[in-house]
Write a protein that binds this ligand. Structure first.
Ligand code: ADP
Ligand code: MG
Length: 396
């Protein structure tokens, strides 16, 4: 990995500003955290810093307070959960800059942990304001970024601070980057990329970049309709991004030229209405009724995809195969998730929804890597440089 990590720098006695992604799902009425995996994901870095006797100053954003103080988005419940997980007291502050924080940061002893208030209570955070970055940086001697999930955003706490402090990657950041870099540059072959979900425009560039790097592409979910339409098929009322049709055609053509199999669903579950209890039919994708929506991939497509994937040594999956939030339309997604969990291959899961399904089905431990960064992993696999990674010190 070309970036310095927390192991490449002496942290003993030092005040370390640690940027994490503790943007966990939280019930805003009760403050109950429904899933603490993002907190757990940064524990290796936090425990390491504590064991090396650093003075740890943790910062994160939570939700979308849009530059104002929002009481329900305070970091207190997260600091509390962190304290339970590390089994140590955790100090909190009512802001992330200012006299109170400076005083608390100044009094930290070796191994102490201070959690700053939600960074996004300040509009300057998302504006990557230099003055704000400087104030944050002023709290510490070293900056460690473990927030892979926010590394595609150029914010004060992910980019700005690195101008003022020696900046290195935490263990989670390092692990995410290692997995994604291997997938891009040196995957065990054959390798495949399976894309679903709804954000067609968000995922086209990823397909474009991966096309020349993998041995098979598979597209399901809402994404598939745009490709089916590009092939000239009727897709009824299915989700289509018409301004991406030309690009879809081009990708299908390039896949042919590069002899990369590009699998699309051959059958689909369709419904006239997208609602629980809607009546559904299985139809070939060459014959989608005009008055219907594609809501899931069909059984033959599941078999086709599984048959393609079973030969692969590396599989990256991003995006559900159907409108999985409705159990009736979740079969394709669930079948693919279970199947991937049984493969003797490197399995990498990215994307908010696909990760959610894998977690909900209890399959996390059966996958090689479940990414903590949906948007960040998409950008990375598009071939983009992540601003939060770029600013970290290079390994000589
Ligand atoms: P991810 O979060 O895994 O990256 P996206 O954000 O791109 O995935 O898309 C997730 C959404 O895609 C889900 O809300 C799901 O309901 C939707 N979706 C999946 N298949 C379809 C479909 N056939 N039609 C409409 N929406 C779909
Ligand atoms: Mg999503």
């Amino acid at each position: 990995m070309p970036k310095k990590t927390v192991e490449d720098i002496d942290v003993k006695d030092k005040r370390v500003l640690l940027r994490v992604d503790f943007n966990v799902p939280l019930n805003i009425n009760t403050g109950v955290i429904s899933d603490d995996s993002r907190i757990r994901a940064s524990l290796p870095t936090i425990k390491y810093l504590v064991s090396r006797k650093a003075r740890v100053i943790i910062c994160s954003h939570l939700g979308r307070p849009k530059g104002k103080v929002v009481e329900s988005l305070r970091m207190a419940p997260i600091a509390q959960r962190l304290s339970e997980l590390v089994d140590l007291p955790v100090i909190t502050a009512s802001d992330c800059t200012g006299p109170e924080v400076e005083s608390k940061a100044g009094k930290l002893k070796e191994g102490d942990i201070l959690v700053l208030e939600n960074l996004r209570f300040h509009p300057e955070e998302e504006e990557n304001d230099a003055g704000f970055a400087r104030k944050l940086a002023g709290l510490a001697d070293i900056y460690v970024n473990d927030a892979f999930g926010t590394a595609h955003r150029a914010h004060a706490s992910t980019v700005g601070v690195a101008k003022y402090l020696p900046a290195v990657a935490g263990f989670l950041m390092t692990k995410e980057l290692r997995v994604m870099e291997k997938l891009l540059h040196d995957p065990e072959r054959p390798s495949a990329c399976l894309i679903g979900g709804a954000k067609v425009s968000d995922k086209m560039e990823l397909l474009q970049n991966m096309l020349k790097r993998v041995d098979m592409l598979l597209v399901g979910g809402g994404m598939a309709a745009t490709f089916l339409k590009a092939e000239g098929y009727e897709v009824g009322h299915s989700l289509v991004e018409d301004d991406k049709l030309e690009l879809a055609k081009k990708l299908l053509q390039e896949a042919k030229e590069w002899k990369v199999p590009f699998l699309l669903p051959i059958d689909a579950i369709v419904a006239e209405e997208i609602r629980a209890g809607a009546s559904t039919r299985v139809v070939p994708t060459t014959n989608i009724p005009v008055a219907s929506h594609i809501v899931d991939i069909g059984p033959k497509s599941i078999a086709l995809f599984q048959n393609g994937l079973k030969k692969c040594r590396t599989v990256m999956w991003n995006g559900p195969m159907g409108i999985y939030e409705m159990p009736q339309f979740a079969q394709g997604t669930r079948a693919i998730a279970s199947f991937l969990s049984t493969l003797d291959a490197t399995t990498i899961i990215g994307g908010g929804s696909s990760v959610e399904v894998v977690q909900e089905m209890g399959l996390t431990g059966k996958m090689t890597h479940v990414s903590t960064g949906g948007g960040a992993s998409l950008r990375f696999l598009e071939g983009a440089t992540l601003p939060g990674v770029e600013v970290l010190l290079d390994r000589k």
